[in-house]
Ligand binder design. Structure first.
Ligand code: RIB
Ligand code: CA
Length: 306
């Protein structure tokens, strides 16, 4: 019995790999993709989602474009990480499909039937708009698995992780929505580095494997220069992997609040890791990951794609 999911994303190298992992895994059924501005502009993230589906031969999967800017703030893209296209590195096929009509926040309300898990892997702007425009969706949305946030250090500022930093107001609205959020943050994604050895195992497989290897080659530049890592955290793929096999991640139920009015800490996910507050336990925060099993799952599934 596979779990139906919808991915809301800002492709982005790791978003692209997350989509391919979902397509390669029988434990999940990718019902649709919505796109949001984040790593790059909405036009580019939407085009990139379509290119990934073209690469995988899955243009049957619908794509709906969403917000082109955060709720209140000015968009800051991550060209330093993902390049001008948002998917620099591999030569991906031109998309033949077009996005479906309608804003992602409205299309999500149609797609989110009981049992569907929403997997946002970018800023939470579309999800916040979904809750604002269609509050009734909360009656049928049981779980959100979000790649974002951090218990400890951020990756955009010392305090904030990118997806939370781009739209803190949206994140605050989602974490106070009453829908439990499984938070896959930097603390665990940085524990599972996809290395050149993993990429080399994919290079000679199908066109998807070759593309993932080349995406990883480009993604590695940033992580080597910033952190001195000998690999890259494929952040968004871990969110999908948590739905595929929840035993890969150890979670703690606790309170998470989002800072939205601070000189130094805007976008910080304030995680009550040691349960010292009386705040509602609105999140299940990833505190450990079985990195070896996650990376083996990723390589094995991507290598199975054409
Ligand atoms: O901080 C990492 C997250 O921000 C990932 O989802 C990456 O794709 C970017 O969206
Ligand atoms: Ca992302």
């Amino acid at each position: 019995m596979s779990t139906p999911i919808v991915i809301d994303c800002d492709p982005g190298h790791d978003d692209a790999i997350a989509i391919l992992l979902a397509l390669a895994s029988p434990e999940v059924e990718l019902r649709g993709i919505t796109t949001v501005a984040g790593n790059q502009t909405l036009e580019k993230t939407t085009r990139n989602a379509l290119k990934v589906l073209e690469l995988a031969g899955r243009t049957d999967i619908p794509v709906a474009a969403g917000a082109d800017a955060p709720l209140k703030r000015t968009l800051c893209v991550a060209a330093n990480v993902h390049g001008e296209s948002g998917l620099d590195g591999p030569d991906l096929p031109e998309p033949t499909a077009k996005p479906v009509a309608g804003h992602a926040a409205d299309v999500l309300a149609e797609w989110l039937e009981p049992g569907v898990v929403l997997v946002p892997t970018g800023p939470l702007t579309n999800v916040a708009l979904l809750f604002e425009r269609h509050p009734d969706v909360k009656e049928r949305l049981e779980r959100i698995v979000w790649m974002g946030g951090a218990i400890a250090e951020g990756n955009v500022t010392p305090a904030a992780e990118f997806n939370a930093f781009v739209d803190p107001e949206a994140a605050a609205l989602v974490f106070s929505s009453g829908i439990p959020v499984t938070m896959i943050g930097l603390d665990i994604t940085h524990q599972a580095l996809f290395t050149r050895a993993h990429a080399d195992r994919l290079r000679g497989t199908g066109r998807a494997g070759k593309a993932v290897a080349e995406l990883s080659d480009f993604f590695q530049r940033f992580h080597e220069s910033r952190y001195g890592f000998d690999g890259s955290p494929i952040h968004d793929a871990l969110a999908v992997a948590e739905v595929i096999d929840p035993t890969l991640v150890t979670r703690l139920e606790c309170n998470v609040e989002i800072e939205t009015a601070s000189e130094y800490c805007d976008g910080r996910t304030v995680v009550d890791r040691w349960l010292v507050t009386d705040g509602p336990k609105n999140a299940r925060v990833g505190i450990a990951v079985d990195a070896r099993r996650f990376l083996e799952l990723l390589v094995e599934r991507i290598s199975s794609l054409p």
